[in-house]
Design a protein around this ligand. Structure first.
Ligand SMILES: Cc1cc2nc3c(=O)[nH]c(=O)nc-3n(C[C@H](O)[C@H](O)[C@H](O)COP(=O)(O)OP(=O)(O)OC[C@H]3O[C@@H](n4cnc5c(N)ncnc54)[C@H](O)[C@@H]3O)c2cc1C
Ligand code: FES
Length: 279
């Protein structure tokens, strides 16, 4: 059992929990994730380790309530426990002295870009961050990301905060004006695909974080398969970070919609008639 030591509500649907997990906190590196299960009959879900404190032995998750498990996770309070927690999983992000790095985070993807931007900044890179959300209330971690960035751009789709539009609108201007050595993007599939297409003509190295559906998280079940450079890869062990120019985005898009009907059924109150939705 893993105790929640702090809970913070970041927006109407986005919550932060800090969990006591000393063994994971001792080893985790930027870009890695954990798989958790709230209760005996619960689904296993992967969440990025958005922050960690090695001294206190805690790790932090920031999650959006999008379905059955994340909504139930959001109901837990400080002092409650999570049944299982496995991690750190996945390959850490490559943290080297690249030069000028643009870190792009969209929506809940901002939680994943934060530890990467911080690690790259600590390595001496010049960090330009672009973070975006639908509206002001959905934007998370702006202060934290500003602290690790040389320059921060904010976009909202309705223009309530920062520049009106998409993160890619800002990225375009930066690419046209400056020498960029690396772009790191985390967020919705459409955003990461657009970023990769934007950096391709200038041949700017671009990494993306592929959030495929995961089950075991250890390379055994095949659920998280992606195609990179025409080769099958498993996001849980080979990723989640990949070269955005080599990812087959059509397959990522198709696979991200595979379980939509089942997820809808769970949210609409399946009564447990022998299907695999675990209710
Ligand atoms: C490596 C990785 C890191 C992630 N980090 C974060 C994070 O930091 N914060 C965050 O809010 N979300 C993160 N996600 C997505 C998160 O795992 C899903 O939102 C969660 O599993 C949804 O479960 P649900 O039961 O609440 O919703 P459901 O109704 O079951 O699903 C809603 C949507 O979530 C995705 N999803 C569902 N089950 C899984 C699964 N087992 N694995 C992956 N995606 C799934 C699908 O796109 C689905 O359409 C991450 C996913 C991966 C693969
Ligand atoms: S989650 Fe099973 S192989 Fe990756």
């Amino acid at each position: 059992m893993f105790k929640i030591v702090r809970k913070q509500v970041l927006s109407q649907t986005i919550k932060l929990i800090e969990v006591s997990a000393p063994e994971i906190a001792a080893k985790v590196q930027a870009g890695q994730f954990a798989i958790l299960r709230i209760s005996e009959n619960g689904e296993r879900i992967p969440l990025t380790i958005a922050d960690f404190n090695r001294e206190d032995g805690t790790i932090t998750f920031i999650f959006q309530e999008v379905g059955h498990t994340t909504i139930n996770l959001g109901k837990l309070e400080s002092g409650d426990h999570i049944l299982d927690l496995v991690g750190p999983l996945g390959m850490p992000s490559q943290i080297s002295d690249f030069g000028t790095v643009v870190c792009v985070g969209g929506g809940i993807g901002v939680a994943s870009i934060y530890p990467i931007a911080r690690a790259l900044a600590n390595k001496g890179n010049r960090i330009i961050s672009i973070i975006g959300a639908r509206s002001k209330d959905d934007l998370i971690l702006a202060d934290e990301i500003e602290k690790v960035s040389d320059k921060l751009y904010i976009t909202t789709e309705d223009g309530a905060l920062g520049q009106k539009g998409l993160v890619t609108d800002v990225l375009k201007g930066i690419i046209d004006e400056a020498q960029i050595d690396l772009v790191v993007a985390t967020g919705p599939v459409a955003m990461m695909k657009a970023v990769s297409e934007m950096t391709r003509p200038a041949n700017i190295r671009t990494t993306v974080s592929i959030n495929s559906t995961m089950v075991d998280g250890t390379g055994m079940c095949g659920a998280c398969r992606v195609e990179v450079n025409k080769e099958a890869k498993f996001a849980c062990v080979d990723g989640p970070e990949f070269d955005g120019h080599l990812v087959d985005w059509d397959i990522v898009e198709i696979r991200s919609r595979t379980f939509i009907d089942k997820e809808k059924m769970v949210m609409e109150g399946c009564t447990g008639g022998g299907c695999s939705c675990q209710r």
